[in-house]
Design a protein around this ligand. Structure first.
Ligand code: GLY
Length: 371
């Protein structure tokens, strides 16, 4: 793949999108193919547009990207102010906005926003269950979410690692590690696959359910959730140096690649769904590619090739069929599925654009660590 050419095309496209969007924060293009402003300021994907902009600012130095990213960060203050609607996805929101700004510019206001968001995430920790609570409210039919934890949270733990780094206080990091250890014990299966959700009884601490969540069913294997485990555990290894996190990232990566190879390196939305209908989720491939490249940075020389070549195969499959580099249209990566049972499939979704771009930049060594 000609990564330099792809970066040129993405740069031109995102520049055109930023001009069209103004201060709007995109999610999924509407029926006319255009990105619109997110419906809720709390929506978990609201950081990815800024993350994409900061990555391109870092890679190209173009001021337009920085100004647009800063406008998303300011808009998210409305979510920080109404903090009771913030959930386990605080990392997805503020690592990509204030966290990225702080890391690249040292901005003090951004540092405060980042610590504020980290404090809300740490506040969701249940010390008896040793989990970071997922949502508030009725997100899991039939269960009290006070006892629920989900695989997605692994990707939010870097907000806590960053808070410990900034404050030189280990509490945030310890909470992240406790959550990562509990998920390892209850959610990652011996074959490397994982479940989306686990629910404990809040009084007895007993595991009472393993709902399939955004996957096909309980016991199935939601591919984006698995990519969160691959990348999330690799990042926990980076921030803690604990070998068991790297080992589980590798185990999950092997399962992910063995299954993705069966469908031409385009992941199914769930690896254990019925044969028909066929639903893919390219966003899982894009996030997993970043995770594989993260793992490659931590393993011995003789192990690196597997991870780098696997990431390349995933990106090639996306580039061949699912990428739109036309600056006149919105969205880069199509083929995304929000969840197995969602009404629509094979869409452009902003986090697909983000992870695809991060992976391309990683190959060019022009990325910076948002996580
Ligand atoms: N809820 C996070 C995801 O859809 O991956």
């Amino acid at each position: 793949m000609d990564y330099n050419l792809i970066l040129e095309e993405i740069t031109a496209k995102v520049k055109a999108e930023a001009k069209r969007l103004g201060t709007a924060i995109p999610y999924i293009p509407a029926e006319d193919g255009r990105y619109r402003d997110a419906e809720s300021i709390y929506w978990w994907t609201n950081g990815f547009w800024a993350g994409l902009l900061w990555q391109l600012y870092h890679a190209t130095g173009e001021e337009l990207f920085r100004a647009a990213a800063e406008s998303s960060e300011e808009r998210l203050d409305a979510a920080l102010d109404g903090f009771e609607n913030i959930d386990h996805d605080a990392g997805f929101l503020w690592l990509h906005t204030s966290g990225a700004n702080y890391r690249l510019t040292g901005n003090k206001r951004s540092e405060r926003r980042t610590l504020h968001a980290a404090a809300t995430l740490a506040g969701r920790y249940n010390p008896e269950l040793e989990i970071i609570r997922a949502w508030d409210g009725q997100w899991i039919k039939g269960f009290d979410t006070a006892g629920a934890a989900i695989v997605d949270t692994l990707m939010n733990l870097p907000l806590l690692y960053l808070a410990s780094e900034i404050t030189n206080d280990p509490r945030f990091k310890k909470i992240a590690m406790r959550h990562a250890d509990t998920m390892l014990k209850y959610m990652v299966r011996p074959d490397g696959s994982s479940n989306h959700q686990i629910v404990f009884d809040i009084n007895t601490g007993e595991l009472i359910a393993e709902p399939g969540g955004q996957g096909y069913e309980s016991g199935s294997s939601w591919s984006r959730g698995l990519s969160w485990a691959v990348y999330g555990y690799a990042l926990s290894y980076r921030h803690t140096g604990r070998e068991h996190y790297l080992n589980v990232a590798k185990r999950s990566a092997a399962y992910f690649m063995a299954n993705t190879a069966l469908t031409g390196y385009v992941p199914l939305a769930d690896f254990r769904a019925p044969k028909e209908p066929v639903y893919y989720d390219t966003t899982a491939g894009a996030a997993a590619a970043c995770g594989l490249l993260e793992i490659a940075g931590h393993v011995k020389e003789n192990e690196k090739a597997f991870y780098i070549e696997s990431a390349e195969k995933l990106l090639e499959a996306m580039d061949e069929k699912w990428c739109d580099y036309n600056p006149e249209t919105d969205g880069i990566l199509s083929g995304g599925s929000v969840s197995y049972h969602a009404p629509n499939h094979h869409e452009k979704i902003i986090y697909g654009d983000y992870f695809y771009t991060e992976a391309v930049l990683r190959f060019l060594r022009k990325d910076f660590l948002i996580w």
